[in-house]
Ligand binder design. Structure first.
Ligand SMILES: O=C(O)CCC(=O)C(=O)O
Length: 286
C-alpha cells in the first residue's frame, strides 16, 4: 500500500481542476488501497451508521444505499483518510496550504439499478462555506462513462443560488430523523434541466477503473450517475476535503448533512475554521 503519490499531480491537471472544476486522475491508487476500501465498505454495509439509508428501492428490489461519516468506526476508512495520497491530491489541486478532512460518503448500487443521482452542487448543503472544498470520487468497481458521476464544467465559478434538490425526499423506507433542506426561500433560480440538453451544458464523465478517481470542486453542478446495466453493481467511496478559505456556516435553508449540532457541542461556531478532532488536519504544506 503506497502512501506516496505514484507520480506528481501535473500543472495541467491543476489548471483543469481550477478552470473546469473537475479533473480525472487515472491509476493513482494501487490495488491494495482498493481492497482496503472494499473491505471497509463491506463492514460499513453490514453495520451502517444511524445516518444511513436506502435512497432508492425499485420494483425489482434493486437498491441505492447511502451512508456517511462512518470513518470513526471503520479502521480501513481511517487508514485511507490519514495514510493514502488523498489529502495531498486535494491540497495540490486546491492550492491549499492546509487540508482538513470533512467527511466520507458511500454510494452503493446493486446490479442494474437505474436510479440516477439528481443534479446538484454540494457546498450549498454543507455546514461550512468556502471555494476550497472538494470531493474525491473513487469507484471500487469498473464503471462506464454513462453510469459514472457527470459534471457541468465551469459551473463551480459562476453558479447563482439554485433551488437545490431535497435529498431528504429519497427515503422509500420512511426513515425518521433524515436531514431536510428547503432552498426555495433563498433560490435565485431553478437548477437548469441538464438532462434536457447535456451537450449544451458541456457535460463530462469518464469510463473509470478501480484506482482512478475524479476530484471535483464542491460547487460544481454534478449528478446523473447510475443507470447501470444488469451485470454489475457500483460501489463508490467518496471523501470531502476542506482547504484554506473554508469557514463554519449554519444555513437557515437546512443542511445535509447537518453538522451544526455536533459542531456547536464541540465549540465550533459560524466563522470559525473547521478543526478539532471532528475535522482533523490531515495535510499541511511543508
Ligand atoms: O455517486 C453518486 O451517485 C453521487 C455522488 C455525489 O453526488 C457526491 O459525492 O457529491
Amino acid at each position: 500500500m503506497n502512501s506516496d503519490l505514484p507520480r506528481a499531480i501535473t500543472s495541467v491537471e491543476i489548471a483543469t481542476y481550477q478552470t473546469e472544476g473537475v479533473v480525472l486522475l487515472q491509476e493513482l491508487f494501487d490495488a491494495d488501497w482498493i481492497e482496503l476500501l472494499a473491505n471497509g465498505l463491506a463492514q460499513n454495509c453490514r453495520n451502517p451508521t444511524y445516518r444511513s439509508r436506502v435512497w432508492d428501492r425499485d420494483a425489482e428490489g434493486r437498491t441505492m444505499f447511502w451512508d456517511s461519516q462512518a470513518w470513526r468506526a471503520i479502521e480501513q476508512y481511517r487508514r485511507y483518510i490519514f495514510e493514502s495520497p488523498a489529502a495531498q491530491i486535494a491540497a495540490d489541486l486546491m492550492g491549499s496550504n492546509h487540508v482538513n478532512f470533512f467527511f466520507d460518503a458511500v454510494f452503493v448500487r446493486s446490479a442494474g439499478t437505474q436510479f440516477a443521482t439528481p443534479w446538484h452542487q454540494d457546498e450549498p448543503y454543507w455546514s461550512v462555506e468556502g471555494y476550497d472544498t472538494c470531493t474525491i470520487w473513487m469507484p471500487l468497481d469498473p464503471v462506464k462513462r454513462e453510469s459514472a458521476l457527470a459534471y457541468v464544467p465551469g459551473s463551480h465559478r459562476h453558479a447563482p443560488v439554485f433551488d437545490q434538490y431535497n435529498f431528504g425526499e429519497l427515503n422509500p423506507d420512511g426513515k425518521t430523523g433524515v436531514d431536510q433542506v428547503d432552498f426555495s426561500g433563498i433560490a435565485e433560480q431553478a437548477l437548469p434541466d441538464i438532462d434536457a440538453d447535456p451537450e449544451h451544458f458541456g457535460v463530462v464523465s469518464w469510463d473509470m477503473q478501480p484506482g482512478d478517481c475524479v476530484v471535483f470542486n464542491s460547487r460544481i453542478i454534478h449528478g446523473g450517475s447510475g443507470k447501470l446495466d444488469g451485470e454489475r453493481g457500483l460501489r463508490v467511496f467518496t471523501t470531502k476535503w476542506l482547504g484554506d478559505d473554508v469557514r463554519i456556516k449554519f444555513r437557515e435553508c437546512g443542511m445535509d448533512p447537518d453538522h451544526s449540532a455536533i459542531m456547536t457541542e464541540n465549540g465550533l461556531m459560524p466563522g470559525d475554521r473547521p478543526g478539532t478532532d471532528l475535522y482533523p488536519r490531515v495535510w499541511s504544506r511543508a
